[in-house]
Ligand binder design. Structure first.
Ligand SMILES: [Zn+2]
Length: 464
């Protein structure tokens, strides 16, 4: 049994995180330019050492000017408006302004009062700043290591103060005729598109690691395709995947991983593709190129990265009762305590001991479907009969209560009260893309598929 991915077992896919449509637009327009840059990269790389680059990743570099480094400023005002302009945040930008910039690093035990006094500033000025509103109040929570920039003038004292909360957020205080004005300056990271193609030797995570992909992208891939592919059962050596995703940069430094824009998974020769799409109403989801939702109303597996220890059958010898008995569910062997997820949204109709099932939960999904989870060691706190659960929500933990030889989850799927094999039952699909977004989606889908093709072409070029 492979429990190496234990830390990823309970991942949550960011299916509904927001994304700037602007970046995607820019990407769509810049495809030809991107292709040219990538083609040059392929040429350069393949002429170096083709054999060593079986699994490759080539950045889809966009010209620096194509994605402006936007800065959003939250201006404190009665109307709470958010305005956008470029702030003068640094010595260079304010050369024409009065005073000299001084940069201080906050030390252990520092307080704003102490810093003000050390700089020869009046306590009454600090009082005026803190009185200027809730944004300025952030100055009362300074931490060692943070940076404070002061612009000081000989005759007027403090002209401007910039408090850098972190790489993305800072508070800017400026002297006005009648006191101080405070703004929260939020830098928006630049999104750079990258792609990777990999072939699976033993596991998705191993292949992803080899291709230099962040763990979060591998987990998101598993979640995206988890509706169609059972990652505990279906994965074969030689399966391939290609992913186009975003990396976040701030001032040239990589600060994090963005979203998957498009992905393809080839499982046992069958190709599955997923396209990220944010519709005009702000809803973000993944769809097939035809506009069908990647999500079904049920997950195929309730326990991530487990091993199937017993399948659905209408006649098998029961290991404890030692007589022929139907096994109307699937057993997933997993360590005691492994989270068990509800495979669909629904309502808990049973939570308690249930004969040989031991501690069990039964969830009703609409009028037609129900699922059962048995042999649990314990239930998720706060859940009771009548509780509503979301799809993928943890409801309990693997155990061996009831008639069980070792820790495993016994999972049953019923349609109109009749037991069905959870591994093969046809799962109903979630709602497709609303018709009014189809045309827009088609454009996004085409550019995403082009990116996928480009990524695969690169991989082939590098391999051969
Ligand atoms: Zn069982």
């Amino acid at each position: 049994m492979n429990y190496r991915q234990a830390s990823l077992r309970d991942y949550q896919a960011p299916l509904h995180s927001g994304r700037r449509r602007g970046a995607r637009r820019a990407l769509r327009w810049l495809l030809p330019a991107t292709f040219a840059v990538a083609a040059i990269a392929v040429f350069l790389l393949s002429s170096l050492d083709a054999n060593a680059l079986r699994v490759q990743e080539v950045p889809l570099e966009l010209p620096a000017s194509s994605i402006p480094q936007t800065v959003e400023i939250e201006q404190e005002g009665a109307d709470g408006l958010v305005t956008s302009h470029t702030p003068a945040a640094g010595p260079a930008a304010t050369a024409a302004s009065r005073g000299e910039w001084k940069t201080l690093t906050i030390r252990e035990g520092d307080s704003l009062a102490r810093i003000f006094s050390e700089q020869g500033l009046k306590a009454s000025e600090l009082h005026k700043i803190l009185k200027s509103g809730s944004i300025a109040k952030k100055l009362t929570r300074i931490y060692p290591g943070q940076t404070l920039k002061l612009r000081l003038s000989d005759d007027t004292g403090l002209e401007e103060l910039v408090y850098e909360i972190d790489a993305m957020n800072s508070v800017q205080i400026r002297r006005q005729d009648d006191g101080y004005d405070a703004q929260l300056v939020v830098k928006v990271p630049e999104r750079r598109s990258r792609h990777a193609t990999a072939t699976i030797e033993s596991s998705l995570f191993g292949a992803a690691q080899k291709a230099g992909l962040p763990e979060s992208i591998a987990a998101e891939l598993a979640s995206l395709f988890g509706w169609d592919i059972d990652f505990a059962l279906d994965i074969r050596r030689g399966d391939q995947f290609t992913v186009v995703y975003e990396e976040l940069y701030l001032d040239g430094d990589r600060i994090g991983t963005g979203d998957i824009l498009a992905a393809e998974f080839v499982n046992r020769g069958k190709s599955y593709q997923a396209i990220r799409y944010a519709d005009a109403s702000g809803h973000v989801d993944y769809y097939t190129p035809e506009g069908r939702s990647m999500r079904k109303s049920f997950l195929r597996t309730p326990v991530a990265f487990s091993r199937i220890s017993s399948r659905f059958s209408l006649g098998r010898k029961h290991p404890i009762l030692n007589r022929i008995r139907a096994h109307k569910g699937v057993d997933y062997a997993a360590p005691r305590g492994t989270p068990v997820k509800s495979t669909g949204a629904g309502r808990i109709v049973w939570r308690g001991r249930k004969g040989g099932y031991g501690k069990a939960i039964v969830i009703q999904h609409g009028s037609k479907y129900s699922t059962l989870y048995g042999h649990l060691s314990r239930y998720r706190r706060g859940l009771k009969v009548g509780s509503r659960v979301q799809q993928g929500q943890v409801i309990g933990y693997v155990g061996s209560t009831g008639l069980a030889t070792g820790p495993h989850l016994h999972y049953e799927f019923r349609v109109n009260g009749v037991h069905r094999n959870p591994l093969t039952v046809r799962l109903p699909a979630a709602a497709p893309l609303p018709a009014r977004f189809r045309d827009d989606f088609r454009q996004v889908s085409q550019s995403s598929l082009a990116l996928l093709r480009l990524a695969k072409t690169n991989a082939v070029a590098l391999r051969d």
